[in-house]
Design a protein around this ligand. Structure first.
Ligand SMILES: Cc1cc2nc3c(=O)[nH]c(=O)nc-3n(C[C@H](O)[C@H](O)[C@H](O)COP(=O)(O)OP(=O)(O)OC[C@H]3O[C@@H](n4cnc5c(N)ncnc54)[C@H](O)[C@@H]3O)c2cc1C
Length: 411
């Protein structure tokens, strides 16, 4: 058995660590901000198995110009960051070709097929249960045409998994989610979606399980390097930790470690915003997507979280919380009782590849090193599956099935 280091203790790092422990390895996780609020903590908490369509696709490119006109709309670019984003954007456009879209769909379907079972297994390893609720989800549409189109697409995806999708008129949607009062054409209900417990609680429970069985090092990693006798992690405080094997699971910040290891990757941040109301005056029976406006509202046991949207920007650029306010304002059109005061705003960084496929891969020249990042909108959903696959890869198995996720595609 090996001593394996893991750089980054978000949801991907924690899931990976637990699967590696289960294989009998000794695991050390190096995390610079264990009490922090990364994407893994502030996300919408949805297990989104039906979402197998990559972001770059013809329909999306068609809608993008209209969205970009609204500076607080579903899609925005921080224009001063555009030069840095250009290579990613070019590859994003190239990924919208029909053959690429079909290949990405197949690849995501492959991961999604085992996602639910992998989460149950992860829960068993961590000793937790009851953290996923079979809620289904609703998606609202302002116009009948958009509803019909989305229903056909959702139904096609649902067939791949045996899920059921219903088309609801506005009255039926309101019957199922009484807080919905505004004007809309109708909705879809998809029973393939599930809801996690509050994402912060889930991550803390996984971290607690890890504290009992692994070593958690509270340090910022400055650099990683390969040597004959091991893989070295140098911390900003000047410590050197040497491992038999290493997994890079640092979300958007994985880029610098990829470069340290002599490789390239196209990884940028799709930043998202939300507002969380604790003990809210109004709640919903299930997550409700406001698809045409690019956000979702998720009910948790004692909270309601409203947000989403995509802001392409440098990871460290200042946050623009006017985006969170814009989504609350839009939601009030449908849920007038949503309060303006009393919520907590948050900005998070989705680590995104241009082809919407995560990197789940060994280093092409060094099988001691694995990469697991770039999960974009689906990192919580795919965390357990990723962890299981990384454990297999580091055991020398399963690489051929994971070819679409290889880091080799960026070299
Ligand atoms: C608004 C929003 C809503 C979302 N909703 C959903 C959803 O409903 N369902 C879903 O599946 N996904 C959702 N996502 C996506 C999901 O949250 C992310 O894909 C996922 O959290 C990425 O996890 P990660 O572990 O790769 O990265 P992160 O959560 O960013 O974790 C990376 C960790 O690495 C650490 N780190 C970085 N650099 C260093 C260093 N130098 N040294 C040590 N540690 C370091 C960081 O501190 C951090 O803890 C959403 C994202 C956003 C922004």
């Amino acid at each position: 058995m090996a001593h394996i280091g893991i750089v980054g203790g978000g949801i991907i790092g924690c899931a990976t660590a637990l699967f590696l422990l289960e294989d009998g390895h000794t695991v050390t996780i190096i995390e610079r901000d264990a009490g922090g609020q990364p994407a893994s903590v502030g996300n919408a908490g949805i297990l989104a198995v039906p979402e197998i369509d990559p972001l770059a696709r013809p329909g999306m490119l068609f809608a993008a110009p209209k969205w970009l006109l609204d500076p607080l709309g579903p899609l925005s670019v921080r224009w001063q960051d555009l030069p840095a984003l250009m290579p990613w954007l070019f590859r994003f456009l190239a990924s919208a070709r029909p053959t690429k879209v079909a290949a990405a769909r197949d690849a995501l379907t492959f991961l999604m097929k085992t996602t639910e079972a992998d989460h149950l297994r992860l829960g068993e390893i961590a000793g937790i249960s009851g953290h996923i609720r079979r809620t289904g989800s609703m998606t609202l549409f302002d116009g009948a045409k958009a509803l019909d189109k989305a229903f056909a697409q959702e139904a096609e995806n649902a067939r791949l998994f045996g899920f059921t999708v219903e088309k609801l008129d506005a009255a039926e949607a309101r019957r199922r989610v009484p807080a919905l009062r505004g004007d809309f054409a109708g909705a879809t209900f998809n029973d393939g979606y599930q809801t996690f417990e509050y994402p912060l609680t889930l991550l803390r429970r996984l971290q607690a399980a890890l504290r009992e069985r692994a070593t958690l090092v509270d340090a910022a990693v400055a650099a990683v390097s390969r040597g004959e006798n091991g893989v070295t992690v140098a911390t900003e405080a000047g410590k050197r930790l040497v491992f038999d094997r290493l997994a890079i699971t640092a979300g958007i910040w994985s880029r610098r470690f990829v470069a340290d290891l002599g490789l390239r990757v196209q990884l940028e941040t799709e930043r998202g915003y939300n507002t969380t109301f604790v003990d809210p005056a109004v709640t919903l029976e299930m997550p409700v997507f406001f698809a045409e406006h690019g956000f979702v509202a998720t009910p948790f046991e004692k909270a309601l979280r409203v947000g989403g949207a995509v802001e392409l920007a440098r990871p460290d650029a200042p946050a623009n919380y006017a985006r969170a306010a814009a989504m609350r304002r839009k939601m009030r059109r449908y849920v007038p009782d949503l309060p303006e005061e009393g919520g907590t705003e948050w900005m998070g960084r989705r680590p995104s590849t241009p082809d919407s496929l995560p990197v789940i891969s060994l280093h092409p020249a060094d099988p001691r090193i694995a990469f697991a990042f770039g999960h974009g909108h689906l990192g919580l959903t795919l965390s357990a599956t990723t962890g299981r696959h990384v454990a297999r890869l580091l055991a020398g198995e399963g690489a051929s099935a994971l070819q679409p996720f290889s880091i080799a595609r960026f070299q």
